[in-house]
Design a binder for this molecule. Structure first.
Ligand code: LIP
Length: 268
């Protein structure tokens, strides 16, 4: 890394290398035999030894490569920093898919500075796909530039969503999905927010929406998809937060906000 390389580019490279190392370890481990899981926030919110091993590998790598940065990880990693950079780590995003040996799971590693998401990588080991990006420096899939799908028609849009682990929160989701599926090309539910957002970034999806996420689900995909031309907001068009995420190609964003508003719990 030359001294002229931007900080965003340096952090993008760090995220890619650590995501690949941890993701390949988890994929190899998953294929090595039967897997046990315990649960966290609900009986369907699972965690495995590979979630924990992946987070440990990533935090050890950051301790060597970026010792002054802060860290927030899904499985409990928490470290203060002095550099102004904070890493948000989802060591296995899509743990349910990982446990059921489905390919839609990823290692998501994103870095933020005082201005927001700066760089990130989302590695999907079972698909052999590395998404990455850095603010003002573009986004890529396996090194090739990516961009969102060019579409201005919500009825033509392939839209992805997800559901909370808390059954009590799913009633709203179910009603919303029942309405929205009638107004778009089709709905998908892949089970990993970081993958869903990166699929918007590369044009495989037109839009993604979900509530009740965490920063580690969002940050890496947010910088990648933003650099690929996606727009982000909450469900009413305000700045995105993990609690309410819309990521879409620009041409359907406003109509999707209106459709979500018309299909929500307060809709007539
Ligand atoms: C998952 C998210 C997904 C959501 C799941 C779960 P995890 O994260 O990526 O979008 O629908 O309920 O929260 O728990 O697999 O890291």
């Amino acid at each position: 890394m030359t001294s002229s390389t931007s900080l965003g580019s340096q952090l993008r490279h760090v995220a890619e290398s650590l995501a690949r190392e941890a993701g390949d370890m988890a994929l190899l481990g998953r294929k090595s035999g039967p897997l046990s899981a315990t649960t966290k926030s609900s009986p369907i919110d699972m965690v495995t030894k590979f979630d924990k091993a992946s987070e440990a590998m990533i935090t050890e790598g950051l301790a060597k490569l970026r010792p002054d940065d802060a860290i927030i990880g899904e499985e409990g990693a928490a470290k203060h920093g002095t550099s102004g950079i904070t890493w948000h780590i989802d060591p296995i995003d899509g743990t349910t898919n990982f446990v059921f040996d489905l390919p839609m799971w990823a290692v998501s590693i994103g870095a933020v500075d005082e201005h927001g998401p700066l760089a990130g990588a989302v590695y999907v080991p079972a698909l052999g796909e590395m998404f990455s990006g850095a603010r003002t420096e573009g986004a890529s899939l396996n090194g090739s530039p990516i961009s969102v799908r060019d579409n201005n028609d919500l009825a033509d849009a392939l839209v992805c969503t997800g559901y909370s682990y808390l059954i009590s929160e799913r009633e709203v989701h179910a009603k919303r999905v029942a309405d929205i599926v009638m107004k778009v090309r089709d709905l998908r539910r892949f089970g990993a927010a970081a993958v869903d957002i990166c699929f918007v970034a590369c044009g495989r999806l037109d839009a993604y929406f979900e509530e009740h996420l965490h920063s580690w689900d969002l940050i890496a995909g947010q910088v990648i998809a933003t650099e690929a031309g996606a727009v982000f907001s909450d469900y009413v068009g305000n700045p995105v937060t993990p609690s309410q995420v819309i990521a879409s190609t620009p041409g359907v964003h406003a109509d999707l906000i209106q459709l979500i508003a018309a299909s929500g719990p307060d809709a007539s």
